[in-house]
Design a protein around this ligand. Structure first.
Ligand code: PMP
Length: 394
C-alpha cells in the first residue's frame, strides 16, 4: 500500500531552519521561522503563563476527558478577548481546537459540509498553510490581489475588484490583524468597505486572527474582527493563542461561528463539536487551561497584558529603527513601509536571488518570498541587516 504514496514537498521554512542550524558563521541571523524571539534570541515562557502552570500543577486533580468543546472557562474568556461585547453571547458557538491551525482546518471543513460548492477567496499572498489545507480538502480556492510589491502596502483597489467576483455562499478569508506574510493591513475604513461588499454579494467572511496584541494593542487588533462579526449575517473566526500567550507547542486555539440569527446557534455549536469528535475527539487541554487561568485572574491578566505590550512595543521599535537605518543608508524613503507594517512579519520585496545572496554572502536567513521575522532582530543586528539589504541592491 505505501508504494502508492507520493513524496510530499518539503516544508520550506523547516528546511531553512535546518540550513541556519548547519551554518557555522557566528554572525548569522535567523529571520525565517515564525516564532517570537526576545532580543537575546529566546522564545520565552511568559511570566503569567508560568505562574498559571504552577497553580494548575497544584490544583489539577484528574486527567479525565474534558467536554468536546473544551473547557468553558477557556472558550468564554477567549470569546471575550476576541469579540469583546460586539455580539451577544447567544449569537455564537465556539470550540477549542489544537492551535489556530486546527481552527482554520475545521472552519474550512464546516464550510464544505454546509456548502460543497463554496469557493474560498484568499489573499495573494497568504499564510501557505491556508492554501495547502484547502488543497488537501479539495476546496476551490481563488486568490484576490492583496500585496502591492511596489509600495509595500495593500492594493486595495485590486482587492475590491477581485472580491467583486464572489458569489453568494462563497467564503472570503481575511487576516484579522498583522497579515502573514506581508505585514500590510487594511485600515478600518477599508474593512468596512469589504464588509459592505460581502453583504451585498451574500459572501461569508472567515477571519484568521493569530497575532492579537502584536500589532496596535489587544482591542485595536480585534477591531476588524469585531466589526465583521457585528456587521455580517454569519462569520467564522479562527483564533490562535500560540503567539500572544507564547504557547506554540501546547496547541491552543478557538473556532467561533457567529450568526445574527440566534436560532442558528445550537446547530452551529453541534456541528463544531461534531467536527472535533471526528477529527480528534477532545481538544488539547493544557494550553487552554493556562489561557483560561490567566484571563480569569485579574493579577495574572494584568501581568500578561504588560508583558505582551513589551513584546509589541519592542517589535515596533525594531521596525522604526530598521526603516530609519535603511533610509539613511539608501537615501530613499522606499523602505518606510517597514514602520507602517504590523505584527511579526514584513515582506521586504526582494527577489529570490537577492534573498539567496543575503543568505550566502551575509548569513541572513529569510523565507524565499522575502518575508522577514522582525522579532529575529535586535538593536545590534538591525544595522547589519540594513547594510546587507543595501549591498545586495534591494
Ligand atoms: N494563522 C496564521 C495566519 C498564522 O500565521 C498561524 C501561525 N503560523 C496560524 C494561523 C496558526 O498557528 P498555530 O496553529 O500555531 O496556533
Amino acid at each position: 500500500m505505501f508504494e502508492h504514496l507520493k513524496e510530499q514537498p518539503k516544508d520550506k521554512i523547516l528546511a531553512l531552519m535546518q540550513a541556519y542550524k548547519d551554518d557555522p558563521r557566528d554572525t548569522k541571523i535567523d529571520l525565517g521561522v515564525g516564532v517570537y524571539k526576545n532580543p537575546q534570541g529566546v522564545t520565552p515562557i511568559m511570566r503569567a503563563v508560568k505562574e498559571a502552570e504552577r497553580r494548575w500543577w497544584d490544583e489539577e486533580t484528574t486527567k479525565a476527558y474534558t467536554g468536546l468543546a473544551g473547557d468553558p472557562a477557556f472558550t468564554d474568556a477567549m470569546i471575550n478577548l476576541v469579540l469583546g461585547n460586539s455580539v451577544a453571547r447567544d449569537q455564537f458557538s465556539a470550540v477549542a481546537t489544537p492551535g489556530g491551525t486546527g481552527a482554520v482546518r475545521q472552519a474550512f471543513e464546516l464550510v464544505r459540509m454546509a456548502n460543497p460548492e463554496a469557493r474560498v477567496f484568499v489573499s495573494d499572498p497568504t499564510w501557505p498553510n491556508h492554501l495547502s489545507i484547502l488543497k488537501y480538502l479539495g476546496m476551490e480556492t481563488i486568490m484576490y490581489r492583496y500585496f502591492d510589491n511596489a509600495s509595500g502596502g495593500v492594493n486595495f483597489g485590486g482587492m475590491m475588484e477581485d472580491l467583486g467576483q464572489v458569489r453568494k455562499g462563497d467564503v472570503v478569508l481575511l487576516h484579522g490583524c498583522c497579515h502573514n506574510p506581508t505585514g500590510a493591513n487594511l485600515n478600518m475604513v477599508e474593512f468596512k468597505a469589504v464588509i459592505d461588499l460581502m453583504n451585498e454579494k451574500g459572501a461569508i467572511p472567515m477571519i484568521d486572527i493569530a497575532y492579537q496584541g502584536f500589532g496596535d494593542g489587544l482591542d485595536e487588533d480585534a477591531a476588524a474582527t469585531r466589526a465583521v462579526a457585528a456587521g455580517c449575517p454569519e462569520t467564522l473566526i479562527a483564533a490562535s493563542c500560540s503567539k500572544n500567550f507564547g504557547i506554540y507547542r501546547e496547541r491552543t486555539g478557538l473556532l467561533m461561528a457567529v450568526a445574527q440569527d440566534k436560532s442558528m446557534q445550537a446547530i452551529a455549536q453541534g456541528n463544531l463539536a461534531y467536527l472535533n469528535r471526528q477529527n480528534y475527539s477532545f481538544p488539547p487541554d493544557h494550553g487552554a487551561r493556562l489561557v483560561g487561568i490567566v484571563l480569569n485572574d485579574d493579577d495574572l491578566r494584568a501581568d500578561w497584558k504588560a508583558e505582551l505590550e513589551e513584546v509589541r512595543k519592542g517589535m515596533l521599535s525594531l521596525r522604526t529603527q530598521l526603516a530609519d537605518e535603511l533610509q539613511k543608508l539608501s537615501g530613499s524613503d522606499r523602505f518606510g513601509f517597514l514602520a507602517q507594517h504590523r505584527g511579526m512579519f514584513s515582506r521586504l520585496g526582494a527577489s529570490p536571488d537577492q534573498v539567496e545572496k543575503l543568505r550566502a554572502d551575509h548569513g541572513i536567513y529569510m523565507v524565499g518570498d522575502s518575508r522577514l521575522n522582525i522579532a529575529g532582530l535586535n538593536k545590534d543586528t538591525v544595522p547589519v541587516l540594513a547594510k546587507a539589504v543595501v549591498e545586495v541592491g534591494i
